[in-house]
Design a protein around this ligand. Structure first.
Ligand code: AMP
Length: 385
């Protein structure tokens, strides 16, 4: 799906070939962004505290240092023509320093918004997009009031630094809620009504510096132990719902003045309604399938937007299933994955396979319209049975 945005176009000169894109963060998202940058004739320069990071292994240069260290930030900025991020949790001080030195896309204000769940939910609702009911919780008394307001079950979450199910707890009784408050402390928290969803979907949108917005079709995401396990592209939902989801994501990208890629995670309620869960202003795990199934992947879209290049349509030539390789158990399947016909392997170059760590992913392509149903997906990924 492709939509022309009504936003006032920003005239910016495109980054010339051989220019350097600075990427804050050395993980797999940075690695795949750096690979996409290389294909477009750019160099990537990574800022990471880690030696031999997945992104640095495929980048032209690396600054090793902390995201809060002014000297490291200055050295990194000096090596880059434009700066972007592969993760959101960079300190405000770091963001301000970087944006005083080089153009930063997406804008630091967008990153700040996605770093804090109350600000994020307020923005989403303010932009006219639906979420489940929620309330900020800063004290045990506020927790009591919020429980009265939202009912139970509910989900108590820290407002910052939560990912892959960390920093949150489902609470079914006031006692459980107060115990979770103590366990997840310190405040601030957000309490969310528990959404009894039929499935989880996400939409990846990109917005260029000229204001053009493109959106990949919504995909369905299935989790295992709170970590993304499978993405089915496209989501098996009605066309009407798919259009509605893409519309919500497009509106949010427009409202926030995005330059880059934004992933919008949503719940499909049992009543068929859509509720936005959260935003990630960067390439997203649920968009990895686009590398193999689309002429232009989410990583290429991100690089193009950051570099001021035109955005192509976010179309796919194939349907796809993406399976994450998580921890040592999935990694042990690597030899069988390599020998399995039809599986497209991706490994991130991480030295140590700790439980819960994303080590790589595989994609399986299907002709358009031929994505199998639940049992077929299992069969298609037979190596994992
Ligand atoms: P989050 O960190 O907000 O993305 O949450 C991680 C996962 O927890 C989501 O993908 C959902 O599967 C589940 N989850 C989060 N919030 C809720 C909610 N309000 N109701 C039901 N499930 C939730």
């Amino acid at each position: 799906m492709t939509a022309g945005s009504a936003a006032a176009p920003v005239k910016a000169a495109a980054l010339p070939p051989n220019a350097t894109i600075g990427i804050v963060g050395g993980g797999q998202l940075g690695r795949m962004s750096a690979l996409a940058a290389a294909r477009l004739g750019y160099r990537a320069h990574i800022l990471t505290p880690e030696a031999d990071s997945p992104a640095a292994q495929v980048a032209a240069g690396t600054t090793i240092g902390s995201y809060d260290d002014p000297d490291a930030l200055r050295a990194f900025a000096a090596a880059a023509d434009v700066i972007t991020f592969e993760f959101e949790n960079v300190s405000a001080v770091g963001l301000d320093l970087l944006s005083s030195l080089r153009p930063v896309h997406p804008a630091p204000a967008i990153l700040r918004l996605s770093q804090e769940r109350v600000t994020e939910k307020s923005f989403i609702n303010g932009a006219g997009a639906p979420t489940g009911a929620w309330a900020p919780v800063n004290t045990p008394d506020e927790l009591e009031r919020a429980l009265g307001l939202l009912g139970m079950p509910a989900v108590l979450k820290t407002t910052r630094l939560g990912y892959d199910g960390r920093g949150q707890a489902i609470v079914r009784t006031p006692e459980e809620a107060h115990a979770a408050y103590g366990r997840l402390a310190p405040a601030p928290f957000i309490l969310e009504a528990f959404v009894d969803f039929a499935c989880e979907i996400s939409v990846v949108v990109a917005r260029g510096q000229d204001g053009r917005i493109v959106a990949y079709d919504p995909v369905e995401n299935r989790h295992r132990n709170h970590i993304l396990d499978l993405t089915l592209a496209p989501a098996q939902i009605t066309q009407e719902l798919a259009l509605q989801a893409a519309g919500i994501a497009t509106d949010l990208a427009h409202c926030v003045g995005l330059v880059g890629v934004l992933a919008v995670e949503m719940f499909v309620g049992r009543d068929g309604g859509l509720l936005v869960n959260e935003l990630a202003p960067r390439p997203h795990n649920s968009g990895h399938w686009t590398i193999d199934a689309c002429p232009a992947s989410q990583f290429e879209m991100h690089v193009r937007a950051v570099a001021g290049l035109p955005l192509p349509a976010a179309v796919r030539h194939s349907d796809a299933v993406m399976k994450n390789l998580v921890g040592p158990d999935d990694l042990a399947l690597w030899p069988r994955i390599l020998a399995a016909p039809g599986l497209i392997p991706h490994l991130y170059g991480k030295a140590e396979a700790r439980p819960g760590r994303k080590m790589g992913h595989v994609t399986r392509l299907f002709p358009l319209g031929a994505l199998p149903g639940a049992f077929g997906v299992e069969a298609a990924l037979g190596v994992f049975a």
